[in-house]
Design a protein around this ligand. Structure first.
Ligand code: DCP
Ligand code: MG
Length: 404
């Protein structure tokens, strides 16, 4: 049964990630939705975006973060549902409880994803592969949800293993097959390589992970700095990062250095609103609130200041965006021009599990302000500031830096 064939020290990391998580919970709650394209995110007539969708909908090209209206054009017969966050948080807790039966060495990455290191659990529970299969079976049988499981000797390869085999995946990457498996994959599969870095690597003629494997040590670091060393190691299947239980993000931030210095206050506010939407989206995805909002600016003479404000814990784009633009208004009066602006959210704490107001509800008693805020938040969360439709979007488009 165990074809991992490696010692616990070399092959004990398991990565688990639920398939089409929100959509699968919805299909489970309403069996008539099973086998159908389901899009979670809200009313397609709203200007929101897709949170996630079932694999049936993905076959029509629908995907996360796509405008709902576009999703409806691609798949007109899809069922569109609002986001029922409390339901997903409950399912998430149940899944993590199953995993925790096999090891205390569990690092939760997001609402539907965790690493386990089962090296110390083998005398009790058998092989890593056996444990992975048991978790998969239990999640399916007890919770009626599908989860993809990847197993390897480090975090990077375990996560890659679960992703490569989605949905309903189960894959082991053994030490002696890692290099060959990595070789033909696009560089975007390396941890930390997003669109921008991917383009940078492509410019250096590095399209596939094998291209990086073949480089002499130090070459990539000379070209692109310390990340180059990391990518070279990952390409060779090296990732020393341990599974760290209880690791909590302390803050979340976003900043940009402008191609040309700017003093355009409307544009700067617009950017902060955009960053707020992006960061709050991540907070909500991870069930977190923030209570410290910090704006950092760097002038064209390289002097930098940062200003913080404490707020009651929250994760609404509007609240955080307004706080950030207020801070900017107080701290910056239009001179000298700025070369950088950043927003960071600190003191992160678990958000109370609130049922998000239905995006379709038409309550005759009338919604209260908080409800409106939550519904607005649910819609705005999914815009991305670029399409949020405020008057100053025009300013944003005009100055849009190439790296955003
Ligand atoms: N999510 C979201 N907005 C995004 C991405 C994700 O609200 N832009 C939410 C909905 C997802 C959940 O987080 O169901 C988990 O994210 P995943 O990236 O793991 O996506 P899924 O679980 O939906 O699909 P997959 O099968 O690819 O893991
Ligand atoms: Mg998932």
């Amino acid at each position: 049964m165990d074809n991992c064939n490696l010692t616990a020290e070399t092959c004990s990391i398991i990565h688990c990630d639920l398939d089409a998580f929100y959509a699968s919970v919805e299909q489970r709650e309403n069996p008539s939705l099973q086998g159908k394209p389901v899009v979670v995110g809200g009313d397609p007539r709203s200007r929101g975006v897709v949170a996630t969708c079932s694999y049936e909908a993905r076959s029509y090209g629908v995907k996360s973060a796509m405008p709902l209206a576009q999703a409806q054009r691609l798949c007109p017969h899809a069922v569109f549902l609002p986001v029922a966050r409390q339901r997903y948080q409950e399912a998430s807790r149940q899944v993590f409880a199953i995993m925790a039966d096999y090891t205390p060495m569990m690092e939760i990455l997001s609402i539907d994803e965790a690493f386990l290191d089962v090296a110390s659990s083998l005398s009790l529970f058998g092989t890593p592969e056996g444990i992975g299969r048991t978790i998969k079976k239990r999640v399916e049988k007890e919770l009626n949800l599908k989860i993809s499981v990847g197993i390897s000797y480090n975090k990077f390869l375990a996560k890659l293993a679960s992703q490569l085999d989605k949905p309903d995946g189960f894959r082991v990457i053994k030490a002696d097959e890692a290099l060959a498996l990595l070789r033909p994959l696009p560089v975007q599969h390396l941890w930390g390589v997003g669109e921008k870095t991917g383009r940078e690597l492509d410019r250096l003629g590095l399209y596939h992970i094998g291209d990086i494997q073949d480089l002499p040590e130090g070459w990539l670091a000379d070209k692109i700095g310390s990340a180059g060393k990391l990518f070279w190691e990952l390409a060779r299947g090296i990732d020393p990062r341990p599974v760290t239980p209880g690791r909590q993000r302390k803050s979340l931030g976003r900043e940009v250095t402008f191609a040309a210095d700017t003093a355009d206050i409307n544009y700067l506010k617009d950017l902060l609103n955009r960053f707020a939407a992006e960061l709050c989206g991540k907070l909500r995805q991870n069930g977190l609130d923030t209570s410290t909002v910090t704006v950092k600016i760097k002038y064209n003479n390289f002097a930098a200041i940062s200003r913080s404000r404490t707020i009651s814990p929250g994760n609404s784009d509007m609240l955080i965006g307004e706080t950030a633009t207020d801070i900017l208004q107080d701290a910056y009066h239009g001179y000298p021009p700025l070369r950088l602006i950043g927003l960071s959210l600190g003191r992160l704490t678990p958000a109370p599990a609130l049922e998000q107001g239905s995006l379709f509800a038409n309550d005759s008693a009338g919604p209260d302000d908080n409800e409106i805020d939550r519904v607005m938040d649910g819609i705005r969360q999914r815009f991305g500031s670029e399409v949020i439709g405020r008057a100053n979007t025009l300013t944003w488009k005009k100055h849009r830096p190439p790296n955003l």
